[in-house]
Design a binder for this molecule. Structure first.
Ligand SMILES: Cc1cc2nc3c(=O)[nH]c(=O)nc-3n(C[C@H](O)[C@H](O)[C@H](O)COP(=O)(O)OP(=O)(O)OC[C@H]3O[C@@H](n4cnc5c(N)ncnc54)[C@H](O)[C@@H]3O)c2cc1C
Length: 336
């Protein structure tokens, strides 16, 4: 493989039912940085049916070029059809870097595309950068060994250099409606015999009964120090006053007190709210991995040496069962 034939940073612009997923825009923001460091272009791959109107949003968020692959076969996500379409793009365009959101779809698609193209894939990267030495290497960093160390991974001999990134980890660029880009229709010769092996019979949507904590602007998060459902009711009262949601450490999910959909951290969700109030959470590295990019972190803990205070902007040492209701009452009187 002649590595110098490969260039530009490609992003899988995941859409569902014609709606772009936030993670696609977040990845474009990171792709812009990487491409600029190498004086390359950002290319979005937009697959689906009747999705071309979404191309403008991708350009406004950092894409220089959008490759639109519009086929009935791609209306709903199917592993084989999407893999064939992206492989056709790889063979024709020779990307250097390819980023995919670590959603349920991306986690299925990424490994299949990398295996078919005989290249590597770094799953769940938390940091992506181009080295500032002469080598200009693409470095993908992710937690390893249970989050106890960070591993930086290189894909030296194969292209594209692929990585998945969880939603909420990268930051999207502010939309710039003056940005210009090229929109290209890309055609694919599908091997329909292979695609026909799997048929989509019915899509059953899980009812969304819980809020998505990765979208919340304010989170009041509880750990083992909160202890019980009654304890979490105090956090819920504070979250309601603040207009936010309640989230949790893994300790409380494992104890069956909180639902797994509300877990923050390495094996939970990555969040980046404007305000994160950590109540009775010690600040284990696996928890910090999911919330340390929050804009303002307030920690309440009775142990003044708790590691959470190292990432907190504001720390309150004391019993959360007293402090949280006091804060809630104070907010109520302030609003009167
Ligand atoms: C592979 C792997 C993946 C993991 N993934 C995750 C993950 O995604 N998310 C996650 O959160 N963890 C994860 N963990 C677990 C993590 O290592 C910690 O065990 C967990 O985060 C601890 O939760 P905690 O802070 O609630 O509990 P603890 O560490 O027990 O801390 C409780 C804190 O509450 C304080 N406290 C107690 N009572 C009060 C009170 N009345 N008022 C104020 N403070 C009080 C204590 O001082 C203490 O600091 C993972 C672990 C492994 C090995």
């Amino acid at each position: 493989m002649n590595l110098s034939d490969h260039k530009d940073v490609y992003v899988f612009a995941e859409q569902r039912e014609g709606k772009l997923q936030n993670v696609a825009l977040e990845l474009l923001g990171k792709a812009r940085e990487l491409a600029d460091a190498n004086q390359e272009k950002v290319v979005a791959m937009l697959l689906g049916k009747d999705i071309k109107p979404l191309a403008q949003t991708l350009i406004e968020h950092g894409a220089d070029r959008v490759m639109v692959v519009d086929y009935d076969l791609l209306r709903d996500y199917m592993t084989e059809a999407y893999t064939q379409a992206i492989t056709a793009i790889i063979e024709s365009e020779k990307p250097s870097i390819m980023l995919i959101g670590a959603t349920t779809i991306g986690r299925d698609l990424g490994p299949r595309v990398s295996a078919r193209n005989r290249t590597g894939l770094t799953a769940d990267a938390t940091k992506l950068e181009i080295s500032d030495d002469e080598a200009h290497e693409f470095r993908m960093t992710r937690p390893a060994f249970g989050g106890n160390l960070m591993a930086t991974i290189l894909c030296k001999n194969h292209r594209p250099q692929m990585s998945t990134v969880r939603p909420g980890v990268m930051q999207k660029m502010a939309a710039d409606s003056s940005r210009k880009g090229e929109v290209v229709d890309f055609s694919v010769n599908f091997d329909t015999a292979k695609i026909g092996r799997v048929k989509l019979i019915k899509t059953v949507k899980e009812e969304k009964t819980v809020a998505d904590i990765s979208e919340a602007k304010i989170l009041v998060s509880g750990g083992r120090g909160v202890g019980t459902k009654d304890g979490f009711a105090k956090l819920q009262a504070l979250a309601t006053e603040l207009g936010g949601e309640v989230s949790s450490s893994r300790a409380m999910v494992d104890a069956g007190v909180m639902d797994a959909s509300r877990q923050v951290g390495q094996t939970g969700k990555t969040v980046r709210p404007a305000l994160y109030v950590a109540c009775g959470i010690s600040g284990a590295i696996q928890h910090l991995a999911g919330m340390e990019e929050s804009e303002l972190i307030v920690a309440i803990n009775k142990d003044k040496f708790a590691p959470i205070f190292q990432v907190a902007d504001l720390g309150i040492v004391g019993d959360l069962h007293k402090i949280v209701p006091m804060l809630t009452e104070r907010l109520k009187t302030m609003q009167k």
